[in-house]
Design a protein. Structure first.
Length: 249
């Protein structure tokens, strides 16, 4: 079961930490409700107590509140935040388009460069989606990629530039990185670091009937990521929309 940390307002005689099971869109979570405090030391102790209770119940990953201040202590309690990496890669093509548009860059005619350490299924899907949306797509890999180039040309009639130079990568309007690249300046108008969970996700919205069932105050990226991973949400139900970026307070 996945854990879910949430805040509760102080009330006279109220417990400081309470566990209870909770259903969100038919997925069962073990919620730890923590009473807030203006004193950092007290709040930290309560969070540690909540995390230990969750771990004792077998929880290993948790959805955190927005801007949770005590992330560093999670691993000490045997917990980890829900990963958003798979979600980031699933929405990468939509993210590129939205980021280019937001920065006043051309979309269909943009040069989009993708760099990866290996040609994973996620990279293949992202490159394929990008080739169908953008005129110029560049793919930088240490090896391989020839078969993907042939497949894209055969099935969709689109071209993929394999093995671009450093200047071509840095000259692209959008740069999509599946892995860190210390050799690049990362000064492209749009840069997506799909390996970096510290990069704020774009605004993500669900159909209205599903939005109404989501709680306020949770880290939105983590919550949508775990719901998608569990099969509760489908990829096409998660769309980029207006509003604050996921993970931003």
């Amino acid at each position: 079961m996945v854990g879910y940390l949430t805040w509760a307002e102080p009330q006279k005689g109220r417990w400081s930490v309470r566990l209870e099971e909770r259903l969100l869109l038919r997925m069962r979570f073990l919620q730890a409700e923590i009473v807030t405090s203006p004193h950092t030391a007290i709040l930290r102790r309560r969070c540690v107590a909540a995390e230990k209770k969750l771990r004792k119940r077998g929880v290993t990953q948790v959805v955190l509140p927005e801007a949770f201040p005590f992330r560093e202590q999670l691993t000490k309690c045997g917990l980890r935040p829900v990963s958003t990496l798979a979600l980031r890669r699933a929405i990468a093509a939509d993210w590129v388009r939205a980021d280019l548009a937001a920065k006043g860059q051309p979309v269909a005619g943009a040069r989009v460069a993708v760099a990866a350490a290996s040609l994973t299924g996620e990279a293949v899907r992202t490159v394929t989606e990008l080739c169908l949306r953008h005129r110029y797509v560049l793919l930088d890999l240490p090896y391989g990629g020839e078969e993907l180039c042939r497949q894209l040309r055969r099935e969709y009639g689109v071209s993929l530039l394999l093995g671009p130079s450093k200047d071509q990568l840095e000259g692209a309007e959008a740069l999509v990185l599946f892995d860190p690249r210390t050799d690049l300046s990362l000064k492209n108008p749009a840069v997506l670091r799909l390996y970096d969970e510290k990069q704020a996700l774009p605004p993500l919205v669900l159909p209205p009937s599903l939005e109404e069932a989501l709680p306020e105050g949770a880290d939105r990226g983590q919550l949508l990521a775990v719901l998608r991973e569990a099969g509760v949400l489908k990829r096409e139900q998660i769309v980029l929309g207006a509003g604050k970026r996921a993970g931003e307070a």
